[in-house]
Design a protein around this ligand. Structure first.
Ligand code: NAD
Ligand code: IPM
Ligand code: MN
Length: 354
């Protein structure tokens, strides 16, 4: 039996609840699919930081490298550890070290979910650059403690980094409705974003079957609300993609529905799967976090591992649950009840097919 080894990093807050939920569902899908999933748990988190002084061990990246994939809940507990410390100590180094340069985030309404918009027929795939740009971590502060303090945060865009994400976006568009929307702010940012536009125009020559549009981030934010059905694939820099995908989550009914995959398309290192949302300190420990985003992210992991049928079964199970109104209204159904409903739907679906 083929068995995949998965590194599980539940992290902080609701990350622990939704990872538990997703893992139960993935194991059930694997059992049905006749393959194995072997999980190894890593307690790396803000609690771990408070005990050890680091978010993960020094050789954490080397430990993760040998796994087939990484599944993560969420990282961050700002009441105890500053976000810039926890995120730059765990989540962001993993994305970078494993060159998970494509962060794929789908935005569409699941059946039975009421979004805030009139438009319901949208199906957007946001491709976020995931290793550089505004997240490079380069910069510094000078003249600290004086009235003349200056803080600099340098966004770094490399030809290799921009070209590969644009090309990835075109490939995704080609496999879908053949429309690519590139997002910049090249009216204000005259180096990085003008460069991004130039690279997009160059790469577009190789994809003449794909219709390319260029939007500024502000106009795109409005378009995602006013005319989301006009969009297919969006490609954006790290920070712009981050912001647009919380907006995407909002139009699909909330952060409890937004899934994501941090992909190394060359497969020379593990990819990582996690919901778009964070540790949700406001609802942590209440048992009401929606696990659907996490379970959907798990389906993306199965797909990436090549278990397409099992991934499809997990998605069908999620859809049959939301279609019945379970997990569709914030706070109404408990995490555990939604998880049990998805598990039951996987079993029922399998029985129907046999
Ligand atoms: P958040 O995503 O944790 O929460 C934003 C809002 O969405 C909150 O009202 C929360 O209750 C709600 N929400 C989030 N997930 C939900 C779910 N599954 N079901 C129902 N409601 C849900 O964002 P935040 O409050 O800005 O961040 C909290 C912490 O998480 C911070 O430390 C932040 O840095 C971190 N964070 C981590 C990740 C990650 O690990 N990928 C992502 C975003 C934020
Ligand atoms: C996300 C998160 C992270 C990001 C934070 C926690 C650093 O918001 O995955 O969307 O900005 O990438
Ligand atoms: Mn985000």
């Amino acid at each position: 039996m083929k068995t995949y080894s998965i590194a599980l990093i539940p992290g902080d807050g609701v990350g622990k609840d939704v990872t538990q939920a997703a893992w139960q569902v993935l194991r059930a899908a694997a059992k049905r699919g006749g393959f194995g999933l072997e999980g190894t748990n890593f307690p790396w988190s803000c609690a771990y930081y408070r005990k050890t002084g680091a978010m993960m061990p020094k050789d954490g990246i080397e430990i993760l490298r040998k796994f087939d994939a990484i599944y993560l809940g969420s990282v961050g507990w700002p009441a105890e550890v500053p976000d810039a410390v926890s995120l730059h100590g765990l989540l962001l180094p993993i994305r970078k070290a494993f060159t998970q340069y494509a962060n794929i985030r789908p935005h569409r309404l699941l059946p039975g979910v009421q979004g805030p918009l009139r438009s319901e027929g949208f199906d957007i795939l946001c491709i976020r650059e995931n290793t550089e740009g505004e997240y490079s971590g380069a910069g510094g502060r000078v003249h600290s403690g004086t009235g003349n303090e200056v803080a600099v945060e340098t966004a770094i865009f490399t030809r290799v980094g921009v070209e590969r994400i644009i090309r990835f976006g075109f490939e995704q568009a080609r496999a879908r409705r053949k429309k690519l929307a590139s997002v910049t702010k090249s009216n204000a940012q005259k180096y990085s974003m003008v460069f991004w536009d130039e690279v997009t125009r160059e790469v577009a020559k190789e994809y003449r079957d794909v219709e390319v549009s260029h939007y500024h981030i502000d106009a795109m934010a409005a378009r995602m609300v006013m005319a989301p059905e006009s969009l297919d694939v969006i490609v954006a820099s790290n920070l712009f993609g981050d912001i647009l995908t919380d907006l995407g989550a909002a139009i699909q009914g909330g952060l409890g529905f937004a899934a994501s995959a941090n992909i190394n398309p060359d497969r020379e290192a593990p990819s990582m799967f996690e919901p778009v949302h964070g540790s949700a300190p406001d609802i942590a420990h209440l048992g009401i976090a929606n696990p659907i985003a996490a379970i959907w992210s798990g389906a993306m992991m199965l797909e990436h591992l090549g278990e397409r049928n099992a991934a499809g079964e997990v998605m069908s199970a999620i859809e049959s649950v939301t279609a019945r109104g379970i997990g569709t209204i914030a706070g109404k159904d408990r995490t555990e009840a939604i998880t049990q409903a998805v598990l039951a739907a996987i079993t029922e679906g399998a029985e129907e097919r046999s």
